[in-house]
Design a protein around this ligand. Structure first.
Ligand code: GDP
Length: 136
């Protein structure tokens, strides 16, 4: 266990549906702290770069379209074991497989429109935080 920072994104579906405050309450109730928060709209190029690891997947283009379809909230989150803890709070990628009381169980509508993103490793957390927040 160690103190970690991770990247959280509230995706266009959840922003559009007005779930930002409810999602952030779930994050804070898990003991995590939201250090930085900003609303942005990704360009097509930024979405493609952010999800480059998925460029060979059949859903890549659709995913990039979705992520540019409206504003998103990008957040820097901190806490003990934050990377794993936040992923637990998010729930499984596919909301049909997500545990009760997870963000995706409550707010995701499909495997693609699944409300939130969270970094999945220390290396990716650093890379992804650097993508949106300079000088971390
Ligand atoms: P995550 O770490 O739980 O977000 O999942 P992944 O890294 O595997 O996938 C990144 C994002 O791509 C997911 O959060 C979804 O928005 C989307 N995605 C993943 N799998 C699928 C799929 O099978 N179909 C579609 N349309 N989108 C997917």
């Amino acid at each position: 266990m160690s103190n970690q920072k991770t990247l959280s994104i509230i995706k266009p579906d959840a922003v559009k549906a007005g779930h930002v405050d409810s999602i952030n309450l779930m994050i804070e109730n898990s003991g995590l702290k939201i250090l930085e928060k900003k609303e942005i709209k990704l360009s097509k190029e930024e979405a493609q770069q952010f999800y480059a690891v998925h460029s060979d997947k059949p859903f890549y283009n659709e995913l990039c379209e979705f992520m540019t379809s409206g504003p998103i909230i990008v957040q820097m989150i901190e806490g003990e074991n934050a990377i794993e803890l936040y992923r637990k709070v998010m729930g499984a990628t596919n909301p049909a497989e997500a545990d009760e009381n997870t963000i995706r169980k409550k707010f995701a509508t499909s495997i693609q429109e699944n409300a939130v993103h969270g970094s999945d490793s220390e290396d990716n957390a650093l890379k992804e935080l650097n993508f949106f927040f300079k000088d971390i």
